[in-house]
Design a protein. Structure first.
Length: 159
């Protein structure tokens, strides 16, 4: 499972997001940028109210609807994913590319890892086509234990 990004990697992701928005004619406002930056600071999905608290510590005095609008903008731009099972958000690992996500969610430590879902998504798309179903979006969520938590659990059981 991935850990938080280095400052250099975070800077690249912020610059990439800004360029993506400029190319699309979308406004990457200071608030939207800060919300995206906060999501990049976390290795696990984050809820809107936790983001709101962090924004207030950064000097922003916005209300929940403002944060939700920023998150919706970021989601529409393909910069973040909404984890439906927990109503939280995580920065996308492949921003700017059209793709369906597959998130591995560790219920031990809370971390999330986005992985290539192409083989699984292709099979699901074929099934949907056979049923004449037209999905709007796909984000597959798989709950389990990351390697670190599985190891810690195993060690705890052995001792």
């Amino acid at each position: 499972m991935s850990l938080c990004l280095s400052e250099q990697a975070k800077g690249r992701r912020l610059s990439d997001a800004e360029r993506l928005c400029v190319r699309r004619g979308a406004r990457f406002t200071p608030l939207r940028r800060r919300v995206f930056e906060l999501l990049l600071d976390h290795a696990k999905p984050v809820g809107a109210y936790e983001l709101l608290d962090e924004l207030r510590h950064s000097g922003y005095a916005d209300a929940p609807p403002t944060v939700y609008r920023a998150l919706e903008f970021l989601r529409e731009q393909g910069l973040v994913h909404r984890v439906r099972s927990t109503n939280t958000f995580v920065a996308c690992s492949h921003p700017g590319t059209s793709h369906d996500g597959l998130l591995l969610l560790c219920h031990g430590c809370g971390r999330a890892e986005e992985v290539d879902a192409e083989p699984a998504v292709s099979a699901l798309q074929r099934q949907a086509e056979r049923l004449d179903f037209q999905p709007d979006s796909q984000l597959i969520e798989i709950d389990g234990l990351c390697q670190d938590c599985a190891h810690a659990k195993h060690v705890g059981e052995v001792e």
